[in-house]
Ligand binder design. Structure first.
Ligand code: NAD
Ligand code: 4TP
Length: 337
């Protein structure tokens, strides 16, 4: 029996717990790979009752999760209660969310699960509790360090993937001011190398076409509207092309995402978070998947957040999580064979 995926709890007061229930209910219709939740079974029980969802739950070990999956949503404990009501994070939220992520990564590292799929966390809730990482992406890189030859955290790359568009922000969770000062040719080159290798290895794109955006309006208009294209981005593209990577640009970001433009590349590398995430969340909010590249294991996530405004109301749509489960299984498959 193939290894199951491990799904994290996410923010207990957010929509993650109900998405897990809803995805399990659609397991046959959507032909989903087996998964188990790393979380508190009592929280799941309460959320299922609140939403009148008839989901049998089975507290199991990871080893028994795949065989339990057809009949019940398998839940593997995290040794930490999660008491938050839907929409209202409480004192248990951060500890439970962090424990779930840590244990899910341990499961994959120990060969008990094939890949990690994360439910959304509320970053501000975690920050208030002292969480020192900007998001999952950076935290997962830290947790991966023990698997890397020199015990150093690998460079994590955030890719948002959908049938309509794939994007990568070169700088990730940074205040905009800092994102601009962080930008360097080295960062663009190392990011593009990771994207190129991952698209080849995990998504069977033989020669990925990478569109590299500019930073400034009109990609700097030959230096008249900013010089980063000339001093940072173009040298990076030249280096990538010398390495045989199909990188083109710098391309003005405002004309990078219309239909014809999107057909001309496999992934757009953008210079900062919103330059990349606004177009994909506009085009494919329901279906896009957040993938962390550059880790020694596969991690995917829905593209949306905790949606406190609708948690517990029955309005949460599980389709992005369903796509995340599917993509995780697809990306983990070659690594298993
Ligand atoms: N992977 C992650 O952990 C992740 C991703 C994005 C945002 N976040 C966090 O989520 C929190 C809230 O962020 P936000 O409000 O900017 O974005 P959000 O995605 O949580 O919500 C934006 C809007 O979309 C709606 N929405 C989101 N997901 C939905 C779904 N599955 N079905 C139906 N409607 C849905 C919400 O109700 C809200 O109106 C923040 O703390 C942020 O850090 C986490
Ligand atoms: N930047 C992501 C987004 O806006 O959708 C989100 O914050 C998730 O990031 P992590 O996967 O690193 O938590």
């Amino acid at each position: 029996m193939p290894l199951p995926l491990v799904l994290t709890l996410g923010e207990p007061a957010g929509i993650g717990p109900e998405l897990a229930l809803l995805a399990w209910l659609q397991r046959s219709a959507e032909k989903l790979p087996a998964f188990y939740l790393r979380g508190d079974i009592e929280l799941l029980r309460k959320r299922a009752a609140q939403l009148q969802l008839n989901v049998p739950l089975a507290e199991v070990t990871p080893q028994h999760a795949a065989s339990a999956f057809p009949e019940a949503l398998p839940v593997v404990p995290i040794g930490q209660p999660a008491t938050a009501a839907a929409g209202v994070p409480d004192g248990t939220s951060a500890a439970a969310a962090i424990a779930s992520i840590r244990l899910a990564v341990e499961d994959v590292q120990a060969g008990r699960a094939s890949a990690v799929v994360t439910n959304p966390i509320a970053k501000s809730v975690l920050y208030q509790a002292g969480f020192a990482h900007p998001g999952h992406t950076e935290f997962l890189a830290e947790l991966a360090a023990s698997q890397c030859p020199d015990q150093r955290a690998p460079q994590p790359v955030m890719m948002l993937w959908s049938a309509a568009l794939a994007v990568v922000p070169v700088t990730i969770h940074r205040p905009l001011r800092d994102a601009i000062t962080d930008l360097s040719s080295e960062l663009i080159v190392s990011t593009a190398r990771i994207v190129n290798a991952a698209l080849r290895r995990h998504l069977a794109i033989a020669t990925p076409r990478l569109a590299i955006s500019g930073l400034n309006p009109h990609a700097g208009e030959d230096g008249g509207l900013g010089t980063e294209e000339q001093t940072i981005i173009t040298p990076a593209i030249e280096q990538l092309r010398r390495e045989g990577i199909d990188a083109r640009g710098p391309l003005p970001a405002d004309t990078l995402f219309h239909d014809a433009a999107r057909r001309s590349y496999d992934c757009a590398l953008c210079m900062y978070h919103d330059q990349a995430l606004i177009p994909i969340k506009t085009l494919a909010f329901d279906r896009a998947v957040n993938v962390t590249l550059g880790l020694p294991f596969v991690r995917t996530s829905p593209d949306h957040g905790t949606a406190f405004d609708i948690a517990g109301t029955g309005r949460a749509n599980p389709s992005s999580l369903i796509e995340a489960l599917r993509l995780a299984a697809r990306m983990a498959a070659p690594a298993r064979s």
